[in-house]
Design a binder for this molecule. Structure first.
Ligand SMILES: NC(=O)c1ccc[n+]([C@@H]2O[C@H](COP(=O)([O-])OP(=O)(O)OC[C@H]3O[C@@H](n4cnc5c(N)ncnc54)[C@H](O)[C@@H]3O)[C@@H](O)[C@H]2O)c1
Ligand SMILES: [Zn+2]
Ligand SMILES: [Zn+2]
Length: 336
């Protein structure tokens, strides 16, 4: 089978490997769609922390069942939860497999889906429920945002500030809206803010470079400030700045991740009785929420796909996707 291997940063090579023989409890899948994620771009760029090479990238997948397993029969179309959890650690035992202490994410800690076939634990497969291949490959990145919004416990009519309008932030905005929140998008990239306005119908957008952020937030919220703040930038500066945007009683959820320490004024945090949370991956419940939201036309995944390529073209085109001039939001790879 044709497999695309990231041998080292900047080097993607097609190889011909044997089709895996699925282990007990696993299902062999024929990969049909692969969504390209920031994680893949960082792995290729050599900027993903703790990443080992060589590695087969790709974790946003839609596929066809080849070997029967569980309730699945050959030909069934599926997506999957790409977080291989240990099922025995405390997090796994207490309903938090998304932050399993021994987690292996496909395409990150173990080889992923940039191949014609892949074997995965049958328990992590999710049936297509009539959704298209493209839609199914977009479930995982949307589930990341859905999880962050669920962590925040967004209530109807509260202001939700989403900082960072990349694919992850866009998903957070969609699920904040679905939860009934009033969304405000903050970014430094006008092209992305325009996308929020035009495609996602976000009412309020703020540019962190050219606007006075605090003044704009006060104006939008009638002086209250947002009660939920979601970081989806992974920028240390953006995270540190966002503490001052919190309303009294606000929740601040970090979906984005960066390598450094974060710091904030304790008296300011105390005064607000604020809550700070991290948000890692997503659970089965979040995947189900995304699937049902797609089925009910509450999210339109077609909005996200800006580029479409065949599997054969990935190695050639990959280096162009991280260049902002190309306006990539989501690249969808068609395998077959
Ligand atoms: N929680 C998880 O499990 C999980 C999963 C996937 C990705 N992530 C993280 O989510 C973050 C976002 O991922 P993405 O793929 O959407 O990234 P991205 O780079 O496409 O988007 C980040 C956005 O933040 C904006 N930004 C950067 N600095 C800013 C600042 N100072 N103020 C306002 N906006 C700023 C950028 O212009 C960009 O639009 C990353 O940190 C990524 O590592 C987390
Ligand atoms: Zn991803
Ligand atoms: Zn575990």
């Amino acid at each position: 089978m044709k497999t695309l291997i990231c041998k080292e940063p900047g080097n993607l090579v097609y190889s011909d490997l044997a089709i895996p023989e699925p282990a007990n409890g696993n299902t062999l899948l024929r990969v049909r769609r692969i969504g390209i994620c920031g994680t893949d771009l960082h792995a290729f760029g050599g900027t993903q922390p703790y990443f080992n090479y060589p590695r087969v990238l790709g974790h946003e997948l839609a596929a066809e069942v080849v070997t029967p397993g569980g309730d699945f029969k050959p030909g069934d179309i599926v997506t999957l939860i790409p977080y291989l959890n240990c099922q025995t650690c405390l997090a796994c035992r207490t309903g938090k497999p998304n932050c399993c202490a021994n987690i292996k994410v496909l395409g990150v800690h173990t080889d992923g889906g940039m191949a014609e076939y892949i074997e995965v634990p049958t328990r992590l497969l999710l049936p297509a429920q009539g959704l298209s291949l493209d839609e199914l490959a977009l479930v995982e990145p949307l589930a990341i945002g859905a999880h962050g919004i669920r962590r925040a416990g967004v209530q109807k009519d509260e202001f939700v500030l989403v900082v960072g309008a990349g694919p992850i932030g866009l998903g957070a905005m969609e699920f904040a809206r679905i939860a009934g929140g009033k969304v405000i998008a903050l970014d430094i990239n006008d092209q992305r803010l325009n996308f929020c306005k035009q495609k996602l119908k976000v009412d309020h957008t703020i540019n962190a470079i050219t606007d006075d952020v605090v003044a704009r937030l006060q104006e939008i919220t009638g002086g209250d400030m947002p009660t939920v703040i979601i970081d989806a930038t992974g920028s240390q500066k953006a995270i540190n700045n966002a503490f001052q945007y919190m309303a009294h009683g606000a929740r601040f959820v970090l979906i984005g991740l960066q390598k450094g320490d974060i710091s904030f004024s304790h008296p300011e945090f105390h005064k607000r009785e604020a809550t700070l949370m991290s948000s890692r991956n997503a659970t089965h419940e979040d995947f189900d929420h995304v699937l049902s939201s797609m089925k009910n036309n509450l999210v339109d995944p077609a909005n996200y796909i800006t580029h479409r390529v065949k599997f054969d073209e990935v190695a050639h085109d990959f280096p162009t996707w991280s260049d902002p001039v190309n306006g990539v939001i989501k690249v969808m790879v068609e395998v077959s």
